[in-house]
Ligand binder design. Structure first.
Ligand code: HEC
Ligand code: HEC
Ligand code: HEC
Ligand code: HEC
Ligand code: HEC
Ligand code: HEC
Ligand code: HEC
Ligand code: HEC
Ligand code: HEC
Ligand code: HEC
Length: 336
């Protein structure tokens, strides 16, 4: 991705001022071979590429090599900071920190720091950088696949960084997140959305069959609202609920606008996650007094003092059951 590399170089040299120019170059060239996991199909080609690029990540000249102390030296004083048990420690992955510069893949060359007996001015602590600077360090390796859209994404541009959600040294949950579960992590900033999971109508997130990240990519997306799939809300939803995709012979116009006109994707207190309770739900858009009467119902089907006896259980949908749209030749009223 030559176009992006230039951008990264620019921001790296701007942010990681602690590093010398030559080291920045070494790290950035390492990034080419050290991105995160790619699609399964390309795994083989990818690892070959990574192997060859991985070599260029090693210091090119004696001067650079001299600036690294090596992980064993770091651990003499920082025993508790070992990152064993995480994927970063897997030497078998050619692009991992363990297979490259160990601690110094993220903290920068630390020989001077080690020799000074721990001068904090001579080492990078990502926790003390701005979120964006810290993220740039991670992005030297994680700039591909699900992470290509990080720069300029809603989180990045609002100063939320990798280390707000992930902990390299003290992860609490899957994928090294800082909380035991995703809802707990996201709730630190989006409590309102997480609280909706507890409502009666919801998709199986709290049952563990789905995650926030099933629908959202917190690292950036082409769709609105960080949605992982498609180019619209409806495309995300119909990636699972294919039967609602249409096109229909008789289309109910709000379906075209997107499913969230009628459903709250995070949960609601109404059946089927509807944004309000039928019949009022339908009557926000349809004037009930204009409903054709039947032999049982004098004039209107409304929900007022004496609603139609037919508006029970599933309410309007009892009769208008093909509410998303109908393919029946006479389905223009969505009753079949
Ligand atoms: C001789 C002992 C020693 C060695 C070797 C050593 N450190 Fe340190 N390091 C320290 C001390 C002491 C501190 C300051 C701790 C404190 O302030 O709590 C420190 C602090 C740090 C910090 C935090 C800096 C900050 O601004 O808060 C980082 C990150 C760090 N070391 C990384 C490393 C890495 C990476 C290596 C290997 C390249 C390394 N250290 C090698 C002694 C050492
Ligand atoms: C994949 C990147 C990465 C690697 C590899 C890594 N660190 Fe860190 N380190 C961080 C980040 C990020 C922080 C900031 C705190 C946090 O997010 O956990 C940090 C914080 C620290 C601190 C500051 C104390 C603290 O908890 O805030 C020390 C000391 C440290 N690391 C030492 C090490 C040593 C020693 C190694 C190698 C054994 C190492 N790190 C490997 C990313 C890394
Ligand atoms: C030297 C390259 C490198 C750097 C720098 C780096 N990573 Fe990684 N990271 C990797 C590799 C390689 C993997 C393993 C990818 C895989 O599973 O195929 C990985 C995996 C991860 C994972 C997934 C863990 C899991 O359990 O699946 C997270 C989260 C992560 N890194 C976060 C970070 C963060 C945050 C930073 C910056 C503080 C960072 N990384 C810096 C190379 C790096
Ligand atoms: C808003 C919270 C959040 C932020 C910010 C964030 N992540 Fe993540 N990350 C997650 C969650 C949740 C997962 C697990 C779900 C998934 O795979 O997308 C994850 C998964 C990952 C994975 C493993 C799966 C994959 O997509 O490769 C890596 C690697 C990773 N993050 C690295 C990073 C890096 C690097 C940054 C900064 C550039 C970052 N993350 C920023 C929340 C976050
Ligand atoms: C079934 C898919 C789905 C799941 C699961 C999901 N979301 Fe969403 N989310 C959406 C859609 C669609 C939107 C955009 C429509 C909207 O704003 O209501 C959205 C919007 C958002 C927004 C932006 C809202 C705004 O007002 O701009 C946040 C924040 C959010 N979701 C967080 C979460 C969190 C946290 C979780 C996990 C607890 C989660 N989402 C789970 C589909 C989902
Ligand atoms: C450290 C705080 C923080 C955490 C943790 C966090 N977010 Fe966010 N998120 C933000 C901020 C800030 C925004 C931007 C809000 C805005 O622009 O109004 C945002 C925006 C969003 C949006 C809306 C994007 C848009 O287009 O409006 C979604 C969706 C979202 N986050 C999902 C998640 C998910 C899913 C998680 C958990 C994996 C998560 N966030 C964790 C701070 C956070
Ligand atoms: C990753 C797949 C997936 C995506 C994407 C998805 N859903 Fe779902 N949805 C499910 C599953 C699984 C269920 C539970 C089905 C069941 O219980 O039979 C469900 C259930 C529902 C229900 C019925 C809830 C109830 O209380 O009976 C509605 C309504 C719904 N989804 C709407 C949506 C909308 C709107 C979107 C887009 C914002 C969406 N879904 C996106 C998988 C998905
Ligand atoms: C005009 C409002 C409206 C719109 C727009 C809408 N729905 Fe619905 N949806 C409903 C109603 C009402 C029900 C309850 C139907 C019932 O009880 O039989 C429902 C039920 C559902 C169900 C659960 C029952 C079933 O038939 O499987 C799913 C899943 C669902 N909708 C998905 C979607 C998706 C995906 C979209 C966007 C493509 C969407 N809906 C758009 C009104 C709407
Ligand atoms: C967000 C607004 C909205 C909601 C909510 C809504 N509709 Fe509609 N509906 C429309 C629009 C717009 C049309 C097209 C009207 C037209 O063509 O004159 C329509 C058309 C219809 C039609 C066909 C009418 C005709 O003249 O051909 C029926 C029947 C219908 N809706 C029933 C319902 C029912 C039942 C509900 C509740 C489950 C509902 N609608 C919820 C906006 C809505
Ligand atoms: C007892 C069954 C039944 C119930 C309950 C019912 N409808 Fe209808 N509705 C019908 C039938 C049948 C038609 C079609 C009449 C026709 O084709 O001339 C119709 C037609 C409509 C139309 C089109 C009116 C027009 O001008 O042509 C709308 C809009 C509508 N219904 C909305 C609703 C709403 C909103 C509710 C809930 C408050 C509801 N219906 C409840 C049976 C029902």
């Amino acid at each position: 991705m030559p176009k992006r590399t230039g951008g990264f170089l620019a921001c790296l040299s701007a942010s990681l001022i602690v590093f010398t120019g030559s080291v920045v170059l070494a790290m950035a060239s390492g990034a080419d071979g050290a991105g995160p996991r790619q699609g399964k199909g390309s795994a083989k080609a990818e690892s070959t590429k990574a192997d060859s690029a991985g070599k260029t990540a090693l210091p090119a000249s004696g001067t650079q090599a001299d600036q690294y102390a090596g992980e064993d030296t770091c651990l003499v004083c920082h025993e508790g900071r070992a990152y064993n048990g995480t994927r970063h420690a897997l030497k078998a992955l050619p692009r991992s920190p363990a297979a490259t510069h160990g601690c110094e893949s993220c903290h920068g060359p630390g020989k001077a720091h080690a020799e000074s007996g721990g001068d904090t001015a001579l080492i990078v602590n990502p926790a003390k950088l701005t979120p964006q600077q810290a993220s740039d360090t991670c992005a030297t390796c994680h700039d591909r696949a699900t992470h290509t859209l990080w720069k300029g994404s809603q989180h990045e541009s609002r100063n939320v960084g990798c280390v707000n959600c992930h902990s390299v040294h003290d992860p609490k949950g899957d994928k090294q997140i800082k909380a035991a579960t995703q809802p707990a992590l996201c709730a630190t900033c989006h409590r309102d959305k997480v609280a909706k999971l507890d409502r009666s109508g919801h998709m199986p997130v709290r049952e563990g069959k789905m995650q926030c990240s099933t629908c959202h990519n917190p690292h950036g997306a082409t769709n609105v609202k960080l949605l992982r799939k498609g180019d619209s809300i409806a495309e995300l939803c119909t990636s699972c609920h294919a039967d609602k995709r249409g096109p229909y012979l008789w289309e109910h116009p709000p379906s075209r606008d997107g499913c969230t006109t009628c459903h709250d994707p995070h949960g609601s207190s109404n059946e089927r996650m509807l944004v309000s309770k039928p019949p009022i739900f339908c009557q926000r858009c349809h004037v009930s007094t204009r409903h054709p009467s039947t032999i049982y119902d004098a004039a209107a089907i409304g929900s007022g003092a004496s609603p139609s006896i037919r508006v029970y259980a599933r309410s309007c949908v009892t009769c208008h059951s093909a509410i998303h749209g109908s393919n029946h030749p006479s389905g223009q009223r969505f009753i079949r």
